[in-house]
Design a protein. Structure first.
Length: 222
């Protein structure tokens, strides 16, 4: 047999490119399997948090003045007030949960002078502490300067006899100038006096305010 017949001929195979994958299709982070369960657990915890802490009641949102009247009694200018909140039930729940709070008011009498600064004629402050006695199941209100407190198992009835019937002597009538404009300003605050017992179990930011501070004004001419 001829020598050249012993050689084998090899034909090159056609080149086939590697299959193209979408960008980043084959890359998976190691923690990808934990991301979804972790997010689910966080959402579940936020959803169940209010139910896990039922002692924290929702506070009222604002003050309500039923009465804001300027009167004269025995040659004295007095301010007659009826103070309340927009959600008495929320206030009652907070007190039953152990909150103790102080209502503080500052009444200021000024004479208006247009472009010049007003002249302050008088300033009166009142303060009262409100709490719930778990032993007697009574609500208690202590007014600054008064020895004995008011007590009642019905919060609405207690506030009707106290907050709703406040009278502040401001100044003698002789301090007013006839025909001149005057103004009475009332600043109110309702704040916690102590840390409520359920504060240690809450995850939210703490504020001493029960109701945001508010200011009411009334102008008059004597």
């Amino acid at each position: 047999m001829p020598p050249h017949s012993q050689h084998r001929r090899f034909r090159p195979l056609p080149h086939r490119p590697a299959p193209v994958r979408p960008f980043d299709a084959g890359v998976r982070p190691v923690s990808g399997g934990l991301a979804a369960p972790l997010v689910l657990l966080i959402l579940l915890a936020l959803f169940l948090l209010p139910a896990a802490n039922p002692a924290q009641a929702a506070p009222p949102r604002q003050f309500v003045l039923d009465t804001f009247a300027i009167e004269t009694r025995d040659d004295t200018l007095v301010l007659r007030l009826g103070v309340g909140v927009d959600d008495p039930d929320g206030l009652r729940d907070l007190l039953k949960d152990g909150a103790e709070m102080e209502l503080r008011g500052t009444a200021t009498l000024t004479r208006r002078r247009g472009v010049l600064p007003d002249v302050t004629l008088a300033e009166k402050v009142f303060a009262c502490v409100l709490r719930h006695d778990t032993l007697t199941r009574e609500f208690e209100l202590r007014l600054e300067g008064r020895e004995s407190p008011w007590r009642d198992k019905n919060l609405s009835r207690l506030l009707e006899a106290t907050w709703k019937r406040l009278v502040l002597p401001l100044a003698p009538i002789s301090t007013l100038e006839k025909g001149e404009p005057h103004r009475v300003s009332l600043g109110l605050s309702l704040r916690h006096t102590d840390v409520p017992p359920w504060l240690s179990r809450t995850l939210f930011f703490w504020s001493w305010e029960v109701v945001p501070d508010a200011t009411f004004t009334q102008d008059f001419t004597y």
